[in-house]
Design a protein around this ligand. Structure first.
Ligand code: NAP
Length: 538
């Protein structure tokens, strides 16, 4: 059978792939195919169905902003949208823009190879199919390759184990069960309170204690919904002009501009209000360690106030990194959960997990925790993982895996030298995970779409970054990270430190979304400065 040939192949039907399909097909008129491993749209949200799964971005900012009609016709019901509601939204988008007819579901991409002579990408799938396209666009998400730690004995476990990022669609019944949860990141902090409601007993295995601020989730009032309807243009302007793409402004005052009493009152009010804007109350929380310590001390004190058992409170509050240097979670009753009689906390930093036995978890000192279900809330091989498992080969058989063996290097997180016409939506080197994702995604998709329109209008066959541009941008990514406290959380997934053997490199661009947007716009305006463009006939 001849290989079907497209103008563009997109991989992944989450927020980014769906908008990329709409843009290329309906705006540029390109023959486009989207390949998706799952049975349906949703990307990250398709797989992350764990108890308590909810977005930490506020719902009025966690949506597409490209279509006024879409904004008018969809309203989320709560301050933070829960996973099933996000799935309803994304399915609505798929229907509304008639996307499904160009999406092939149940199709996992297993390889992609650039053919220089034909100037085509050849994409292969797990079903043995092939597709060819001039442009290949990865829309595979940053947090979509699960990280299950290689714990000896897991295969011998007689109970059931699950990872939060590949949660069974039929759900998991915890009633009457002894449940062990490994991991206390954003996911574990959302899951534990819900699991504890029905489990006979929940044991939380904590390696690194984590900050968390209450989410204060609630149904949206009619008044707030009206405010969003009437002011969406202004809200979007805030999202586009700040560093992190959220709908709140970041204060310009510094921590030490105010008296200790005022500061306390500001933190207290922010704690009561809840949400990720806790860190937006001062401009220097993420750049000045002394300033950061005031926020850290406040949150640690709150933990000690909430958790009644002093030993448990200490274990939870002995946090070793600056506040928000790891992605800061927000929660619905996480610390309160440890006051329940059916919940216990185990410190696996002091006494690590040595193995999984037939009956549960065994620690180094020989203690065995008997369990019926183990929940791995152990995160992801973030950012590079989803790209590397595509087995991408560029010019002259150059493997992306080899090019990135010491950590990812790209130009603007959009392209990699040696991989012509390959675009990586929210790739490493772009703000991506440091930004409210739909904002980062729309900026990337719009930039890529404009770029492809430019190539076609000017009969340019290939675009790829100049090696010097990659060098320079990689340096800028490092500089931007080092201007913040983020690299100080040495075990963070931003650095790749959560996956054994993964090279340590700070992966997202920490210079802020607004600055990044400006850089990308300037690059395009200067005729795609830093990129090498080749004419149709060489
Ligand atoms: P994560 O932040 O990487 O946390 C993983 C947890 O598992 C950490 O507590 C880690 O401990 C622990 N862990 C890993 N391997 C372990 C081992 N071998 N033994 C013991 N503990 C181990 O992963 P995540 O919570 O899934 O979150 C990842 C990201 O997804 C978040 O940062 C966020 O960006 C996103 N997310 C967003 C939302 C939302 O918007 N609602 C919700 C969930 C997640 P260490 O810290 O010691 O490594």
């Amino acid at each position: 059978m001849p290989t079907p040939k497209f103008d563009a192949v997109i991989i992944g039907a989450g927020f980014s792939g769906m908008y990329q399909l709409h843009s290329l097909r309906d705006r540029l008129g390109l023959k486009t195919k989207l390949l998706e491993a799952a049975e349906g749209v949703g990307g990250t949200w398709y797989w992350n169905r764990y108890p308590g799964a909810r977005c930490d971005s506020e719902s009025h900012s966690y949506c597409y902003a490209f279509s006024k009609e879409l904004i008018r016709e969809w309203e989320f019901s709560e301050r933070y949208p829960e996973q099933p509601e996000i799935m309803r939204y994304l399915n609505h988008v798929a229907d509304r823009f008639d996307l499904r007819r160009d999406i092939q579901f149940n199709t996992r991409v297993t390889g992609a190879r650039y053919d220089a002579e034909a100037n085509l990408w050849h994409v292969t799938t797990d079903a043995g199919e092939s597709f060819s396209a001039t442009y290949l666009i990865t829309a595979v998400g940053c947090l979509s390759t699960t990280n299950v730690p290689d714990m000896p004995g897991l295969a011998s476990f007689k109970g059931r184990w699950v990872h939060t990022g590949e949660w069974p669609h039929e759900g998991v019944e915890f009633t009457g069960k002894r449940v062990g949860q490994i991991g206390t990141g954003s996911t574990g902090i959302q899951a534990a309170p819900v699991i504890a409601e029905t489990a006979a007993h929940l044991t939380v295995f904590q390696r690194t204690p984590n900050y968390s601020v209450p989410a204060r989730n609630a149904p949206l009032t009619e008044e707030f919904r009206r405010h969003v309807r009437e002011n969406f243009d202004e809200i979007r302007e805030v999202m586009h002009s700040n560093t992190n793409g959220h709908a709140f402004r970041i204060s310009e005052r510094s921590v030490f501009d105010v008296s200790p009493e005022e500061r306390e009152a500001i933190y207290e009010a922010a704690w009561e209000k809840g949400g990720l804007q806790f860190r937006a109350n001062f401009s220097d929380i993420l750049t000045d360690l002394r300033a950061n310590e005031t926020a850290a001390t406040f949150v640690k004190r709150k933990i000690r106030e909430i958790v009644k058992d002093p030993a448990t409170a200490e274990l939870l509050a002995e946090i070793d990194h600056p506040y928000a240097a790891k992605r800061p979670p927000i929660d619905s009753g996480y610390f309160e959960t440890f006051n329940r009689p059916n919940v216990s906390l185990v410190d696996v930093r002091a006494n690590p997990i040595e193995s999984i036995t037939a009956d549960g978890v065994r620690l180094r000192d020989g203690t065995e925790h008997k369990l019926d279900i183990i929940v791995f809330a152990t995160g992801f091989d973030a950012m590079t993982g989803p790209l590397l498992r595509l087995n991408i080969e560029g010019r002259d058989g150059l493997a992306l895996r080899d090019v990135w063996s010491a950590g990812p290097r790209s130009y603007l997180g959009l392209q990699v030298a040696g991989f012509p016409n390959l675009f990586t939506v929210t790739g490493p080197g772009s703000p991506s995970v440091l930004c409210n994702m739909p904002v980062a995604i729309e900026q990337h998709v719009d930039w890529i779409t404009d770029c492809i329109a430019h190539l076609r209008a000017n009969h340019i066959a290939r675009i790829e970054p100049a090696p010097e541009a990659v060098e320079d941008w990689s340096e800028q990514v490092n500089v931007a990270a080092n201007e913040t406290l983020l690299p100080q959380a040495s075990s963070s997934w931003y650095l790749g430190a959560n996956v054994p053997g993964k090279p340590r490199a700070f992966m997202p661009y920490a210079g802020g979304m607004a600055r990044y947007r400006q850089i990308c716009d300037e690059v395009a305006a200067r005729g795609y400065a830093g990129f090498e463009l080749s004419a149709e006939k060489v």
